[in-house]
Design a protein. Structure first.
Length: 681
């Protein structure tokens, strides 16, 4: 900003000096050469600019002397003015202004785009997640571009699997990509994202990364209008001040009644108000992280499945939503007639009906209807082709209702209430149970969602927290979770998993080290806010690490850009209101299901359950397997089932001898759910 002010000062000075020199020149030529005002001005201008056409010159000796003095003085003044003007025009402030004007012009042409409001850790992680998504999409696209040249190289050098001339291949591939890529226009989500922020430095970083940025407060109509809110499809509101979040949501809803609005809020009372003024969904980062931490610890295979199709950019598979508009060619067809698996390596995971209800893993005979939304899993390369084929038709009314209202969390109460001594005695005989070590907001929300009658052991050293847990019927160990003695009292040596979410990062790392030293079979999950802590937890022995802010960023972005997919995920994962959950069944050696087909099990008829995926022993997933698919040993079935049948299903699948597997840990995989932030690099 100082350089900008200095450039302005120099331009003003230059203009004053030029005006003075021009005036002197006009007066001098008029006096010495006896010229009229216009001729004197003309001679002054061509002299100062060194043009000199020759049609008008000084003819007297004193006039020529005056001309030389005018040139010597005036040329320096003009040069100074030109330098000041050039400096002003290329100053960062002017370039930034030009960039802003170009951004506004581009945004005016956008329709059905997405707006992100705010700054802070959730927005940082959202931006990082978007950039990673785009980078991976471009990487997959580049790999697809290699197809023609690879076929050519195979004919020249032989089969690539034999390793013929690898360096020559690599050089040819690079030359081919660099020559063809500039002519390929690859559309990404960044083309439809507008970010609103009040932080000028942050805005500059975002522009460098390719984002459209509007500087200003989103609570004002003028700022939202600049972002094109009247034409936008959805907006994500994540502001540091939750009162401003409420005002922004209210303003956005007034400006666009059809806008899909997601927001974040910590206070439950304020979240309800934000919903009342027009938000479709309000997310609490810590409550959401608690739910994810539970799922990651208790159902790791389920977590891997949903994380893979919803959030993991390293896998060339994703989920998308497709609305069957009026006149769409898929309307009236049965699912099997689409041949999605044969043509696109795709599958229909679910359907959202016109009433907002969900159908899980529809049968091949299901007839598709107008206005229904399909949740489709497919490789990234096939998504565009599927949409191009399916969405032909006339636009129908936009669904603006919330497909996934927040599920109610009613803390469960056990009939039996323990004292500390009784709890420790009961824990002494436990095995294949789950341990929760936590004293922060994530741990609090995680425990709020757990059933104390299940095999849980909670470790805490806070008196008030211990009393509340005991009053609900939890088995509690009071002590320091960083100490081996405390973890052994919680029977960490016979447990299946331990989740760790502590206020102090050092305590979290030390607890992970202690737990891993006690058992190599133990699945260890933990939380961390920064990458540095993540790396320490991984080295200490944690299998899975999640960040509350990254989880919130992923989910709110999903809810903003793919609300139908988000609604389906919320509905089937663990939904007490609907009585639905997604569970994992381990095909151990003693399972009677091994060798049978999915159709043989009659899961839908007996339990109203649906197999939506199978995790193979190598960790890869088979999505929506057909009824003739035979079940093999050491596979894991991902099943959506009514909660009332979940225990019965586990008993039938796991056998009488072992209701739970010996370990939930996959030692070949360490999953870190924390995205690095390219803005900080």
């Amino acid at each position: 900003m100082d350089s900008f002010k200095e450039s302005k000062r120099q331009i003003i000075n230059a203009l004053v000096l030029i005006l003075m020199v021009t005036t002197i020149g006009v007066v001098g030529f008029a006096f010495f050469e006896k010229l009229g005002p216009l001729d004197a001005l003309y001679l002054t201008v061509i002299t100062l600019t060194t043009v000199g056409y020759g049609d008008e010159v000084a003819r007297t000796e004193i006039g020529r002397a005056f001309t030389m003095l005018l040139v010597l003085g005036g040329f320096g003044v003009v040069a100074y003015g030109l330098q000041a003007t050039a400096t002003f025009l290329v100053s960062p402030e002017i370039l930034n202004l030009r960039q802003k004007l170009h951004t506004l012009k581009t945004i005016r042409r956008l329709e059905n785009h997405y707006i992100i409001c705010g700054n802070g850790p959730v927005v940082d992680q959202t931006i990082a997640y978007l950039l990673q998504s785009v980078q991976m999409r471009l990487a997959f696209y580049d790999e697809a571009l290699y197809g023609p040249v690879d076929n050519f190289l195979d004919r020249i050098f032989g089969d690539d699997e034999l390793g013929h001339y690898p360096r020559a291949r690599a050089v040819v591939r690079r030359i081919y990509l660099s020559s063809t890529r500039p002519f390929q226009r690859v559309g990404t989500l960044l083309d439809l994202i507008v970010v609103i922020t009040e932080d000028e430095h942050y805005a500059h970083k975002l522009r460098d990364k390719g984002f459209f940025v509007i500087e200003g407060s989103p609570k004002y109509e003028a700022t939202l209008q600049d972002a094109g809110v009247e034409r936008a499809k959805a907006i994500m509101v994540t502001l540091a001040e939750e009162n401003e979040t409420l005002l922004t949501v209210l303003t956005a809803r007034d400006m666009n009644p059809n806008l899909y609005i997601t927001a974040t809020a910590e206070r439950e009372d304020l979240a309800e108000k934000i919903l009342r003024v027009g938000a479709n969904q309000v997310i609490s980062p810590f409550e959401l992280a608690g739910k994810f931490l539970n799922n990651l610890t208790l159902r790791p295979a389920v977590y891997d499945f949903f994380n893979g199709i919803l959030f993991d950019h390293t896998l060339d598979v994703q989920s998308t939503q497709i609305t069957l508009k009026q006149g769409a060619p898929w309307i009236g067809k049965r699912v099997r007639e689409l041949s999605l698996n044969d043509r696109f390596d795709a599958a229909v995971l679910g359907i959202c009906g016109t009433d907002g209800g969900y159908i899980v893993a529809p049968s091949d005979s299901y007839v598709l209807g107008e206005g229904e939304d399909l949740i489709v899993i497919a490789p990234s390369r096939s998504i565009s082709a599927i949409k191009d084929e399916a969405v032909i038709g006339t636009n129908t009314a936009v669904k603006i209702q919330d497909h996934h209202p927040p599920t109610t969390v009613n803390p469960k109460q056990a009939d039996k209430v323990y004292t500390l001594e009784e709890a420790e005695a009961a824990i002494a005989g436990m095995e294949k149970h789950f341990i929760i070590c936590g004293d922060d907001s994530v741990a609090y929300h995680a425990v709020m969602q757990l059933d104390p009658t299940r095999p849980f052991v909670v470790v805490s050293q806070q008196d008030d927290h211990v009393e509340k847990l005991l009053s609900r019927g939890f088995r509690v160990i009071k002590g320091d979770p960083t100490r081996d003695e405390t973890l052994l009292r919680a029977k960490a040596d016979t447990a299946l998993a331990v989740m760790i979410s502590l206020e102090d990062d050092a305590d979290t790392v030390l607890t992970v080290i202690s737990a891993r030293a006690i058992s190599n079979q133990l699945l260890i999950t933990a939380t961390a806010d920064v990458d540095e802590t993540v790396r320490k937890l991984e080295r200490a022995g944690a299998d899975r690490v999640i960040s509350p802010y990254n989880i919130a960023a992923q989910v709110i972005l999903l809810a903003t850009t793919r609300p139908i997919v988000s609604g389906f995920f919320t509905y089937v994962l663990y939904n007490e209101d609907a009585g639905i959950e997604t569970t994992e069944l381990y095909m151990q050696d003693n399972s009677s299901w091994i060798g049978k087909t999915i159709g043989d099990l009659r899961l839908e008829r007996l339990f109203r359950a649906h197999v939506i995926a199978i995790r193979q022993p190598d960790g890869k997933f088979t999505y929506t397997p057909p009824s003739e698919r035979a079940i093999k040993a050491h596979e894991v079935l991902i099943i959506v089932t009514p909660m009332v049948h979940a225990d019965e299903l586990r008993l039938a699948a796991h056998g009488d001898e072992a209701k739970r597997p010996d370990t939930l840990r996959r030692t070949d995989v360490i999953t870190t759910i924390v995205g690095r932030n390219p803005l900080l690099e």
